[in-house]
Design a protein around this ligand. Structure first.
Ligand code: 5GP
Ligand code: MN
Length: 341
């Protein structure tokens, strides 16, 4: 049996809304990752199974290694379909906000969701959620929103309505938000849930392969380039930094999500506890931070780059040049020395 983490009152309120309303929209954060798409599609399959009209809306494209998922082709991408997005949100009676804690994280969907008169339910695991929903189910101690979706469905007494597609999506989100169960993954409940998902017919080995053995050759060459040519170590701070300019990226046939995971690699170097990846985009520099152990990468993200996230995985944006971002990063390191070593 799973322990009851979500408050009973939240379950009852959310259940009432889910039962009552038929036109349901699910939104998730910009640059959706495996947990964002996994949790959203899992809830989508569950709602369809329950006879509801549901739509998943994301602000922008998601990576190719998630496009095999059942329902992925039905996802509405605001950047590509702004009119359909607007109409769908305007018609919504209930909006689920998944895997983000502040409306800032949904980009151009922010105003549409904020101004909608639909009831709203947040299900998320990022710390310090803002209060913009009628029901807030926020559990930073749980490693993925997808796990929370499984718990939510079970607590509504609807385990039977978890079909195979739903189970695959839940597994994918749990797997990607724990680096295939290599971090944030010591809670025994995770493995209880996986055993339940296996009884629904998922093939976990095949899912691993579809997500992680699905790279284009340019991506693998880019990884080699980054590690050989672009990784700088600050051994006195147990820190690694990689940067990628637009010009460099263009040599490797850039694809959405093709740099995902790079930031984790330097953490496999002996003694490195903090890793940063700074990637130049058209109008800004995107920051990805990862840490091992107690180093609060999210505090660094917040204080230096006005971002946020989890203790060991966080990020932010920087309005300026790549060189300026590197300078800011390097100047900040000494101030965090006491936390790094
Ligand atoms: P990633 O490095 O995979 O892009 O992001 C890792 C985590 O950092 C995300 O799951 C999210 O929690 C957080 N994050 C990334 N970018 C931002 C940002 O611009 N603002 C905030 N608040 N959090 C971010
Ligand atoms: Mn997540």
């Amino acid at each position: 049996m799973l322990n009851k983490i979500i408050a009973e009152e939240s379950i009852q309120k959310a259940k009432k809304m889910t039962d009552k309303y038929d036109k349901i929209v699910i939104v998730t954060h910009i640059s959706p990752d495996g947990d964002a798409i996994g949790s959203s599609l899992a809830l989508y399959h569950f709602l369809l199974e329950s006879g509801k009209m549901a739509n998943v809306i994301v602000p922008n494209e998601f990576p190719g290694f998630l496009q095999w998922m059942d329902g992925a082709a039905d996802i509405i991408i605001e950047e590509k379909s702004p009119e359909i997005t607007k109409e769908t949100i305007e018609a919504a009676e209930l909006i689920f906000c998944l895997d983000f804690n502040t409306l800032k994280r949904i980009g151009r969907l922010e105003d549409m969701v904020k101004n909608s008169s639909a009831k709203k339910i947040l299900i998320d695991h990022h710390p310090y959620p803002e209060k913009f929903c009628d029901v807030t189910i926020s559990h930073p101690e749980i490693s993925s929103t997808s796990e929370l979706i499984f718990r939510f469905i079970c607590r509504m007494g609807r385990y039977e309505d978890v079909n195979k597609s739903c189970a695959e999506c839940i597994y994918t989100g749990m797997m990607t938000d724990t680096g295939a169960f290599t971090y944030n993954s010591n809670n025994p409940a995770i493995y209880y849930i996986i055993s339940e998902l296996l009884t629904k017919g998922i093939d976990k080995d095949a899912i691993y392969s579809k997500v992680y053995n699905n790279y284009l050759k340019d991506r693998i060459r880019l990884e080699g380039f980054m590690l050989y040519r672009k990784m700088k170590l600050y051994e006195a701070y147990k820190t690694a930094l990689m940067t990628l300019s637009l010009e460099e990226h263009l040599k490797f046939n850039p694809q959405k999500g093709d740099t995902e995971g790079f930031v984790n690699i330097p953490l496999s170097i002996d003694k490195i506890v903090f890793s940063a990846f700074l990637r130049e985009e058209k109008d800004l520099v995107r920051i990805s931070l990862r840490s091992r152990g107690n180093f609060p990468s999210n505090q660094f993200a917040k204080e230096i780059f006005n971002g946020g996230g989890h203790l060991n995985a966080s990020g932010g944006e920087f309005q300026g040049s790549l060189e300026e971002a590197v300078k800011l990063f390097e100047e900040a390191l000494p101030r965090y020395k006491h936390l790094l070593i």
